[in-house]
Design a protein around this ligand. Structure first.
Ligand code: SF4
Ligand code: F3S
Ligand code: FES
Length: 249
């Protein structure tokens, strides 16, 4: 494949109005969508707003929807499209647009703040924490999250229902609650909070969040479903929760 001219449709606008605009842009071998957006900025649309930082799939800034599919622009290769395909790039739909491809993701930071941080048991000082390797490893997968918020953008609970945003933390933050709940030294009641404050019950396990995660984290299977199971166990037997905590310590 040499260079060719690709047809792009890019959403331009702000929080009040906007529309798709057509562009023809040069594409070279090995390029990704973000390269093309940068070329557009450099040659035809200097005021095009786009958020990015690392261009290596690690900062989580360049999330957008490409042909309707939530993806990182820097990790989406042009070679996955045919040369005659029209490529549509739009901002994440679940969050308010600031301008062009840049959305206001502060919903996610608000949800993050609603989750109390790790709370060790009273009387155990830093340096005295002891836990088994198996418990350390269980949460490693969740730590790979780059906070791109593609899962938050995709989950239908908030994607089509603005009214649910108040009561639903979204997959990324329910995963955080699950991670803390699995922590043998965390002394807070995460299961009650997951149901009553973070909206775990809204999740009906559609797994769309897992499908779009660029880090390949098994959000649904390894965090949300086990969390739901623990909440159900707890519902039928409150001693189970206490027993689990004490037993794991
Ligand atoms: Fe992005 Fe995956 Fe983290 Fe969700 S869990 S914010 S999709 S990296
Ligand atoms: Fe939403 Fe993921 Fe549950 S997409 S419904 S949080 S499995
Ligand atoms: Fe950092 Fe794409 S620019 S993830």
């Amino acid at each position: 494949m040499g260079s060719y001219q690709a047809s792009f449709r890019v959403w331009r606008g702000d929080d009040e109005s906007g529309a798709l605009q057509d562009y023809t842009v040069e594409v070279n071998e090995g390029e990704v969508i973000l390269d093309i957006i940068h070329r557009l900025q450099a040659t035809q649309a200097p005021d095009l707003a786009v958020r990015w930082n690392c261009k290596a799939g690690k900062c989580g800034s360049c999330s957008a929807e490409i042909n309707g599919r939530p993806r990182l622009m820097c990790m989406t290769r042009m070679s996955t499209f045919t040369e005659d395909e029209v490529i549509t790039v739009t901002p994440m739909r679940t969050f308010p647009v600031i301008r062009d491809l840049v959305t206001d993701v502060s919903f996610n930071y608000e949800k993050a703040r609603e989750i109390p941080s790790f709370a060790p048991p009273e009387g155990v000082a830093p340096g005295e924490y002891r836990m088994q390797q198996v418990d350390v490893e269980r949460s490693q997968e969740f730590r790979k999250c780059i906070e791109c918020f593609l899962c938050q953008n995709t989950c239908h609970v908030v994607r089509d229902h603005e009214e649910n945003k108040k009561s639903f933390a979204g997959p990324r933050f329910l995963m955080r609650v699950a991670e803390l709940d699995m922590h043998p030294l965390d002394a807070k009641d995460r299961q009650k909070a997951a149901q009553e404050e973070h909206g775990l019950g809204f999740c009906n396990i559609t797994k769309c969040c897992t499908e779009v995660c660029p880090e390949g984290i098994h959000i649904t299977d390894n965090a949300l479903i086990p969390m739901k199971e623990r909440v159900v166990d707890r519902k039928y037997d409150p001693v189970v929760w206490l027993g689990n905590k004490l037993f794991k310590r």
